[in-house]
Design a protein around this ligand. Structure first.
Ligand code: NDP
Length: 294
C-alpha cells in the first residue's frame, strides 16, 4: 500500500497531500466511501458541518480499523454558526457527530463579506479552540485576498490553510502567491475539476485534450494527472468519489512524475473563470441554514 506524502502546516502539523472529499456524498454512501479510502491508504478526510455527513464520516473511520490518531480529520463551520459563542458550539456539534474529542483541522467554510465582524468573531473562536487543544490547526475556505488581509490584520493566528476552488481551468495564481507569502497552504477544492463536470456550462476538465494527452503519455487517467499536478506544485488536494475504484485511482498517483513542460502546459489551461459560487455573494439571508445538534 502506498504511503501518502505529507505537507507541513505553518504550525508544524503534518497533513497528507491527498485526502478524500465528501461534498455531495449522500450520508448513506459516506461510511463506505470513507472506509474504502482508509483501507486504500488515504489518511485525510475533508467534510463540513453543511455536508450533513459528519456522523457517517466518523462511522467510516471507526469501521476502517485505522487508529483515530492516524487519520487527519478536517471539517468546516457553516456561516449560520458564526460568532464567538456560536462557533465554539459549532465545534461541539461537529466533534459530537464525528465522535472525536479533537479535530485535526477546523476551518471557516466561507467569509461573510457583508458581516465580516461576525466572521472575525468566528475565527477568534477557532483561535480559542486551538489554544485549548480542541483542534490541531485552524484555517479558512473561499477567502479572497481582501478577506485574508483583514483577517491577518485583526486576528492573531495565521490560518494554516485556505481551501479554494482550484483546478486546471481556474487556478487563482495571485491568491496562491499571497498564501505563499504568508505561509498559508493552498488546499484545492474540485481538484480534478469536478465542478467543471457536474455543473452546467463549459468544458469538463476530464475531457481536456491537453490533460488527456499528458495522461496517455504516462498511461494514467485525467484525474491522476490533475492530482499529480497539485502534488508537484505543493498543494493539498481532496478529490471526491463515492466509488471504490475511483477512490483507489485517485490515490494511485505516487509512482509517476510530470515533466516541467507538462506542468507548464497544465498551468497554461487557466481560464480565470470561476465555476463555483462567487465568495462575494455569500450572505446569511441567501445561504444560511440550521446545522443540527450532535
Ligand atoms: P472533484 O474535483 O473532487 O470531483 C468530483 C467529481 O468527479 C464527482 O462527480 C466524482 O463522481 C467524479 N470523479 C471522482 N474521481 C473521478 C475519476 N477518477 N474519474 C472520473 N470522475 C471522477 O470535485 P468536488 O467539488 O467534489 O471537490 C472535492 C472536495 O472538495 C469536496 O468533496 C469537498 O470536500 C471539497 N469542496 C469544498 C468546497 C468549499 O466551498 N470549501 C466546495 C466544493 C468542494 P463520483 O463520486 O460519481 O465518482
Amino acid at each position: 500500500m502506498a504511503t501518502v506524502p505529507t505537507l507541513t502546516l505553518n504550525n508544524g502539523v503534518q497533513l497528507p497531500a491527498i485526502g478524500l472529499g465528501v461534498f455531495q456524498t449522500p450520508p448513506d454512501e459516506t461510511t463506505s466511501a470513507v472506509e474504502s479510502a482508509l483501507t486504500t491508504g488515504y489518511r485525510h478526510i475533508d467534510t463540513a458541518a453543511a455536508y450533513g455527513n459528519e456522523r457517517e464520516v466518523g462511522e467510516g473511520i471507526r469501521r476502517s480499523g485505522v487508529p483515530r490518531e492516524d487519520v487527519f480529520v478536517e471539517t468546516k463551520i457553516w456561516i449560520s454558526d458564526y460568532g464567538y459563542d456560536a462557533t465554539l458550539h459549532g465545534f461541539d456539534k461537529s466533534a459530537g457527530k464525528l465522535g472525536v474529542d479533537q479535530i485535526d483541522l477546523l476551518i471557516l467554510h466561507q467569509a461573510l463579506p457583508g458581516r465580516f465582524e461576525l466572521t472575525l468573531d468566528a475565527y477568534r473562536a477557532l483561535e480559542t479552540l486551538l489554544t485549548d487543544g480542541k483542534v490541531r490547526a485552524i484555517g479558512v475556505s473561499n477567502f479572497m485576498p481582501e478577506h485574508l488581509q483583514r483577517l491577518l490584520d485583526e486576528t492573531d493566528v495565521v490560518p494554516a490553510v485556505n481551501q479554494i476552488e482550484l483546478h486546471p481551468y481556474f487556478q487563482q495564481k495571485e491568491l496562491q502567491a499571497l498564501h505563499s507569502q504568508h505561509g498559508i497552504l493552498t488546499q484545492a477544492w474540485s481538484p480534478i475539476g469536478g465542478i467543471t463536470s457536474y455543473r452546467e456550462g463549459g468544458t469538463s476538465a476530464f475531457e481536456d485534450p491537453t490533460i488527456l494527452e499528458v495522461a496517455a503519455a504516462h498511461g494514467k487517467s485525467a484525474a491522476q494527472v490533475m492530482l499529480r499536478w497539485h502534488i508537484q506544485e505543493g498543494r493539498s488536494a481532496i478529490p471526491k468519489s463515492t466509488k471504490a475504484a475511483r477512490i483507489a485511482e485517485n490515490f494511485d498517483v505516487f509512482d509517476f512524475e510530470l515533466t516541467d513542460n507538462e506542468i507548464a502546459r497544465i498551468d497554461a489551461l487557466d481560464t480565470g473563470v470561476r465555476r463555483g459560487p462567487d465568495p462575494e455573494d455569500i450572505t446569511l439571508e441567501a445561504f444560511g441554514r440550521d446545522i443540527p445538534e450532535a
